[in-house]
Design a binder for this molecule. Structure first.
Ligand code: M7G
Length: 183
């Protein structure tokens, strides 16, 4: 018998096709709800360090679309880690897997219900790993989640991890937005 997870999760792929609108490139590939089905999927797909530039992987709780507009995300935000190109391959793959295990293993203690999903963006300048939470205004909850993420991804204490609300991210004009929280 398979080992059930607390939640059912969906795996999404963002295909970098500039001829299409952003949301048309976002494809729900499959869902899983057991440990075994998670590993079957993980072992079947490309490591994130091998997917083309401009593409994303997203893993979200079933029923939540990996977009700002989803009702589960609209008041939320994300903890964001940027990894420079030298970090590609090992550190990128390791950190993404570690974050997935935190998600599906419900590693955020009393704040698991606030977790929506996780995204990895493969980009020319810097890859990004982010953890999306439901309520950007719940400061203590956001900070508790951010501290666990920072610790479990083995980021050194000097690395600043920043949280922004999706409202800020979606309205920003430049790439520099003052973080709402940092850990
Ligand atoms: P990105 O892929 O998150 O990061 O956003 P990047 O700038 O490093 O590539 C790129 C663009 O995709 C944004 O400026 C938006 O035009 C679009 N986009 C990204 N997200 C996450 C969303 C979303 O949730 N909703 C909508 N409507 N557009 C989005």
């Amino acid at each position: 018998t398979k080992h059930p997870l607390q939640n059912t999760w969906s795996f999404w792929f963002f295909k970098n096709d500039k001829t299409k609108a952003w949301d048309k490139n976002l494809l729900k590939i499959t869902s899983f709800s057991t440990v075994e089905d998670f590993w079957a999927l993980y072992n079947h797909i490309e490591l994130v360090s091998h997917i083309p530039q401009g593409c994303d992987y997203c893993v979200f709780k079933d029923g939540i679309k990996p977009m700002w507009e989803d009702s589960a995300n609209v008041n939320g935000g994300r903890w964001l880690i940027s990894l420079n190109r030298q970090a590609r391959t090992q550190e990128l793959d390791n950190s993404w897997l570690e974050l997935l295990l935190l998600l599906i293993g419900e590693g955020f203690e009393e704040n698991c219900d606030a977790i929506c999903g996780a995204v990895v963006n493969v980009r020319p300048k810097a890859d990004k790993i982010s953890l999306w939470t439901a309520d950007a205004n719940s400061k203590d909850q956001c900070l508790a989640i951010g501290r666990i993420m920072k610790q479990r991804l083995h980021l050194n204490a000097q690395t600043l991890v920043c949280y922004n609300s999706h409202a800020e991210t979606s309205h920003k004009q430049s790439s520099m937005t003052k973080p709402k929280y940092t850990v």
